[in-house]
Design a protein around this ligand. Structure first.
Ligand SMILES: [Ca+2]
Ligand SMILES: [Ca+2]
Length: 304
């Protein structure tokens, strides 16, 4: 199966229709990724996912005050629901780098095996952050330990986004570890300044990466806004909020939460095997729903 890579100087014009050349992943040396790789196929697969509600609703779970740690050790717990296609998402004792498990001894294990496609993935998604403005996020970070991937895509975050307050989804935005350094993420990556990625070890990834001036320097790309491409021209979360000031996380329905930890979703012939733990989300409540406290939750994935 082919993966696709924007050719040469067309990287910055990822969504502008420039010609693309197919690349065989097994023949692609690491150096070939530098500055030239984009997440075009992942973008297409996310764009093609039908965002049609199944009609299910979600429990309104008020966010607790302060910073709390919530153990999640099975599907459909604490607002998290598993969704897989040719993959598994399980709660196990850490077999990736057990000596450095960030929280407890277990983690969320995301495995993707080659399948019929077009979309093969393993993900866990939470409904608890419906109508959370991106500007109100006070934490959005996680640890990942990856054992096997396609050479570029570590476990990543996806947020489903409403731009205009009507709770219909206009966009999905994606945080990938690979773009959080200058070599692969250009000017934005240089300021995000995380990584580089390394297999078989726990690494911390900050989806906000706030600087001293309060700007969110972490690099995100957009599925539907061509001004926010993946690859070398990727831009910061603050830039995205400036362009879409009322961007808010929303849920499609009770089974498809707007916050996702995801592995795979590239070529259906790719294999993935990785771990996620201590996913932390903080929200400045702003009194908008009668609550006046901030809430931060670290989701500690553990073996049951
Ligand atoms: Ca909308
Ligand atoms: Ca854990």
């Amino acid at each position: 199966m082919m993966r696709w890579r924007a050719a040469g100087l067309c990287t910055a014009a990822l969504l502008g229709g420039c010609e693309r050349t197919p690349v065989q992943p097994t023949k692609r040396p690491r150096a070939d990724l530098i500055g030239g790789f984009t997440s075009y196929l992942t973008q297409q697969l996310l764009a093609n996912e039908p965002l049609v509600s199944d009609g299910s609703t979600w429990t309104d779970e008020p966010l607790p005050p302060g910073h709390t740690i919530h153990v999640v050790n099975h599907d459909d717990m604490d607002s998290w629901k598993i969704q897989v296609a040719s993959g598994t998402a399980t709660f196990e004792n850490d077999q990736c780098d057990a000596a450095e498990t960030p929280q407890g001894s277990g983690a969320l294990h995301l495995v993707v095996t080659p399948g019929a496609g077009p979309a093969t993935y393993a993900r866990d998604r939470a409904t608890r952050y419906h109508r959370t403005y991106l500007r109100d996020l006070t934490r959005l970070d996680y640890y990942a330990c990856d054992h096997k991937n396609n050479g570029q895509q570590w476990p990543f975050l996806v947020l489903e986004i409403d731009w205009n307050g009507d709770n219909t989804i206009e966009d999905q935005i994606v945080f990938e570890p690979a773009y959080q350094n200058g070599a692969q993420g250009g000017a934005c990556g240089a300021l995000s300044n995380q990584g580089p990625e390394a297999l078989d070890r726990w690494q911390f990834w900050d989806g906000r990466r706030q600087d001293a001036a309060g700007r969110f320097r972490a690099c995100w790309w957009s599925v539907n806004d061509p001004a926010f491409p993946s690859g070398f021209a990727i831009r910061s979360l603050s830039d995205y909020i400036t362009a879409h000031p009322n961007a808010a996380i929303v849920n499609l329905d009770g089974n498809h939460g707007g916050v996702q930890a995801l592995h795979g979703l590239s070529s259906a012939s790719d294999s993935y095997d990785g771990w996620v733990d201590a996913l932390t989300i903080g929200k400045d409540i702003n009194g908008s729903s009668g609550q006046t406290y901030n809430s931060t939750i670290t989701y500690d994935f553990e073996q049951p």
